[in-house]
Write a protein that binds this ligand. Structure first.
Ligand code: SAH
Ligand code: DHB
Ligand code: MG
Length: 223
């Protein structure tokens, strides 16, 4: 199935999110590879989905947990209206440095703030920030901490805030309660918390494509 998923991904990508000459998104992927970062960014079509979420929600203030080389950050930042801002959290200084360079080259560094450190330490500093409440929050760092990130996302939200979490399907392993993979157990705990949280209305969108089989959890703060 992987072959057809990748082909279809490419087909739609070429129509709705094509690379252009001198494309800074492609350049960021190349720079990440050169810098030795893992190739675990969102796909191009998924990046366009983040663009869609920013625009449809009218977000002006976005929080991202897990920057890597800033590929998804570029998508989020480019979709913002004039004056919009992204705060993005990254643990690894080498990733953050690579992201800074990619964001500069993409012309969006002026609207992005990268906070370097463990997300769990940076999140409390945002409670009294001018960026809070965030309009859209993208959770994409260590899966083991997704439940904590969800609690923080709620603290930094208002009614209407959109919360998105990547990688909740884990190639289908999410349904295996006995799976020893801590990432799978992380997304399972996250799913339980998401479902039990009365302030959220949530759903899950399974995805296939060049990055395999995975999915996004999508939630909106309702109270
Ligand atoms: N959003 C990126 C991909 C993020 S990959 C994109 O789609 O382009 C996950 C990132 O989270 C990695 O860069 C990793 O270093 C970072 N990370 C892992 N644990 C973290 C933690 N505890 N706090 C902050 N960042 C963390
Ligand atoms: C991994 C992390 C991600 O955010 C992702 O989209 C894919 C893989 C990982 O840690 O393996
Ligand atoms: Mg991810």
């Amino acid at each position: 199935m992987q072959k057809i998923w990748a082909e279809v991904d490419r087909y739609f990508c070429d129509w709705v999110a094509p690379s252009v000459a001198g494309d800074e998104l492609d350049a960021a992927v190349a720079a990440n590879k050169k810098a030795g970062l893992p190739a675990i960014d969102v796909t191009r079509l998924q990046g366009k989905f983040l663009d869609f979420l920013v625009r449809v929600s009218g977000a002006r203030s976005v929080l991202e947990i897990g920057t890597l080389g800033g590929y998804s950050t570029i998508w989020l930042a480019r979709a913002l209206p004039e004056g919009g801002r992204v705060v993005t959290l990254e643990f690894d200084p080498h990733h953050a440095k690579t992201a800074t360079e990619n964001l500069r080259k993409a012309g969006v560094l002026d609207r992005v703030e990268i906070l370097v450190g463990r997300a769990i330490d940076s999140l409390p500093t945002l409670e009294h920030s001018a960026a809070t409440p965030f309009d859209l929050i993208f959770i994409d760092a260590d899966k083991e901490s997704y439940t904590e990130y969800l609690e923080w996302a709620l603290k930094l939200s208002r009614v209407g805030t959109v919360i998105v979490a990547d990688n909740v399907v884990q190639e289908g392993k999410v349904v295996d309660a006995e799976c020893p993979d801590p990432m799978v157990q992380g997304v399972r705990r996250f799913t339980e918390r998401l479902a039990a949280q009365p302030r959220l209305s949530a759903t899950v969108l399974q995805t296939v494509g060049m990055k395999g089989y995975d999915g996004f959890a999508l939630a909106v703060v309702v109270q």
